[in-house]
Design a protein around this ligand. Structure first.
Ligand SMILES: N[C@@H](CCC(=O)N[C@@H](CS)C(=O)NCC(=O)O)C(=O)O
Length: 216
């Protein structure tokens, strides 16, 4: 198994957590997003969207999109399960995960920030404000769900670690990269702190990967 990844990539972080939870240790191939290596023709053959992560399990072509990869891993390596059994609980977990992976994260990836700067001449502070805004929008929605819904427990969905927790951890890591004040989101913070105590989450953290700085 081969994982195309980069320390700072939040979508790769999500997949690293899932792999760790399943006890899988793929060969890691680093694609340096800060040097634009995702646009190299060789990587474009792996993922035509020029984005991380990509996973090759056995024969290619590579799997792409973090949530699709995580559900693949969960189907092929079912223990421990990353989705609850009950249909409404599954929909809730997928919904929480998609607030992160489908609504918020796509707005702050390097290609979007680079486009804002290049095409609209938005300076570094303006781009940071953009990223903070979309982080705050997602965190507010997540906090409201998690603080008010009876299904919330130690983790997003009761006592089971699910795809929602994986995505929540990536949202908070990204918010820290962009210096977002996390104090308005106590339930999010509580759940992410519980996840951080799990080795599979802790080892997968962006700042624990080779090439990462000590702090951002
Ligand atoms: N929706 C995709 C996001 C993929 C994505 O945009 N990944 C970022 C890193 S977290 C990336 O490689 N970006 C490259 C770029 O924006 O140029 C997923 O969840 O896998």
């Amino acid at each position: 198994m081969k994982l195309f990844s980069f320390w700072r990539s939040l979508a790769s972080y999500r997949v690293r957590i899932a792999l760790n939870l399943k006890g899988l240790s793929p060969e890691v191939i680093d694609v340096d997003l800060m040097k634009g290596h995702q646009r190299d023709p060789k990587f474009r053959e792996v993922n035509p969207m020029m984005a991380l992560p990509a996973l090759v399990d056995g024969e290619g072509p590579a799997l792409f999109e973090s949530l699709a990869i995580i559900e693949y891993i969960d189907e092929v390596y079912p223990q421990p399960p990353l989705l609850p059994k009950e249909p409404k609980a599954r929909a809730r977990v997928r919904g929480l995960a998609q607030i992160v992976a489908a609504d918020s994260h796509p707005l702050i990836v390097p290609r979007v920030r680079e486009y804002l700067a290049r095409e609209f001449k938005i300076d570094e502070a303006g781009v940071a404000k953009w990223a903070q805004h979309w982080h705050q929008a997602a965190l507010s929605g997540l906090e409201e769900h998690l603080a008010t819904e009876k299904d919330t427990g130690t983790y997003c969905q009761g006592e089971q670690v699910t795809i929602a927790d994986i995505c929540l951890a990536s949202q908070v890591a990204g918010a820290n990269f962009f210096k977002v004040d996390l104090t308005p989101y106590p339930t999010v913070n509580r759940i992410v702190a519980a996840c951080a105590k799990i080795d599979a989450f802790a080892r997968a953290h962006p700042l624990k990967q080779p090439g990462a700085p000590a702090t951002t």
